[in-house]
Design a protein around this ligand. Structure first.
Ligand SMILES: Nc1ncnc2c1ncn2[C@@H]1O[C@H](COP(=O)(O)OP(=O)(O)O)[C@@H](O)[C@H]1O
Ligand SMILES: [Mg+2]
Length: 364
């Protein structure tokens, strides 16, 4: 579901611009500090209402400006079209419009424009906290399972209520009951969705990874956040005293994780940086394939910042072939366009953009 037309105003150093990207491969080249990452950031804001570089949005808004705006026309499957836009102001306020209608939830943006980001930060997926891997997993579940988001919201609410009661100290166990019932029901449901998704992700990931690098001993497994032999209700019961002492719920889907191991050891402790990068790329590309296979109206748009950096020629080529094989729209930034020029089949539509001091010009 590619962006057919993209307009960006007042994002970092970018001059106001309207682009007509290729539905497949788009290469954005330019010197350091020219504005390449800023363009990918603009697309990210359109899909998620936030930047990937900082949690605060103000630094993204151009100096001296009060707000930034990104909007796009998208081609959906079967010839349908959609328009979407977001304006973000300095007070963290935003207006979102989809097909001319005001929309209040950023989840609708995400649903309309599924994005996958591959950048130096995303390589932290393996070494970072479980939260990052849960977010990665839930991205996939959210996009293929309609009921995931409402279940997740209900889970968050019940968890918050239970934790706040736990923090209050002395209380009757029965006060927790209504929240625990909800927590258990939503927790088991979310686990069911996640497990179903992992079953599909695993073989896809292995296939993609095999095309990038040989790492036979690597295994991907899912930890659901509590003992796999026992139901969540039983676990909450048994851990009640300890939860009271700690003031929060120790076990549940809020503790789920993805585990990547090599010969039983943590993958981050064994693999080289370059290998870790390829593993992360394979995970994200596998998600792109699953989204496509799910038959949803939207395909994923891939944002790849600084692709050539730290990858040798052979692995760079292999990654380009996989990105091409996704049959999705991809935006790739690099310093020299030549680094990626020869990596595509002749029939693949490739557009080239060059950025200089915030000005973006299509060069091919
Ligand atoms: N809010 C802002 N307003 C104007 N310029 C900014 C703002 N934030 C960052 N910049 C500038 O934008 C430029 C582009 O940065 P970036 O997109 O990261 O470059 P690249 O990815 O091409 O190396 C940098 O030179 C930076 O100083
Ligand atoms: Mg950059």
């Amino acid at each position: 579901m590619p962006l057919k037309r993209l307009s960006v105003t007042a994002v970092r150093n970018l001059h106001p611009v309207t682009l007509h990207p290729s539905p497949r491969i788009n290469i954005i080249s330019g010197a350091n500090g020219s504005g390449k990452t800023s363009l990918l950031e603009a697309i990210h804001i359109l899909g998620l209402a936030r930047s990937f570089r900082s949690t605060r949005l103000n630094p993204v808004i151009q100096y001296e400006q009060q707000q930034c705006t990104v909007f796009a026309d998208l081609n959906l499957h079967a010839g349908a079209q959609r328009s979407m836009g977001i304006t973000r102001g300095k007070e963290a306020d935003y207006q979102i419009r989809i097909d001319g209608q005001s929309v209040r939830s950023t989840a609708q943006l995400a649903e309309t424009l599924p994005l996958q980001l591959i950048n130096p930060e995303s390589f932290r997926l393996l070494e970072g906290a479980p939260k990052q891997r849960r977010q990665f997993l839930d991205w996939g579940v959210f996009h293929v399972e309609h009921q995931f988001l409402p279940s997740w919201q209900r889970l968050q609410k019940s968890l918050k209520q239970r934790n706040s009661l736990l923090r209050r100290g002395r209380m009757e166990r029965s006060m927790l009951a209504p929240w625990e019932t909800e927590l258990v029901q939503m927790g088991e449901r979310i686990d069911h969705y996640r497990r179903g998704y992992i079953q599909q992700l695993k073989p896809e990931f292995e296939t993609v990874l095999g095309q990038l690098i040989t790492l036979d001993e690597l295994s991907l497994s899912y930890y659901r956040g509590w003992d796999k032999e026992r139901g969540l209700a039983e676990v909450l019961d048994q851990q009640f005293e300890r939860d009271c002492q700690l003031g929060h719920t120790q076990s549940g889907p809020q503790r789920a994780d993805l585990r990547l191991r090599v010969r039983g050891m943590n993958a981050v402790d064994v693999l080289s940086r370059g290998q870790q990068k390829l593993v992360v790329c394979a995970l994200k590309i596998a998600q792109g394939h699953l989204l496509k296979a799910s038959g949803r109206q939207q395909d994923c748009v891939f944002l790849v910042d600084d692709l050539p950096s730290e990858l040798d020629g052979q692995h760079r080529e292999a990654l380009c072939r996989l990105l091409e094989g996704l049959n999705c729209q991809v935006f790739i930034s690099c310093v020299e366009a030549e680094q990626l020029a020869g990596s595509w089949k002749t029939e693949t539509p490739v557009s080239m953009f060059h950025v200089e001091h915030g000005r973006i010009v299509q060069t091919g």
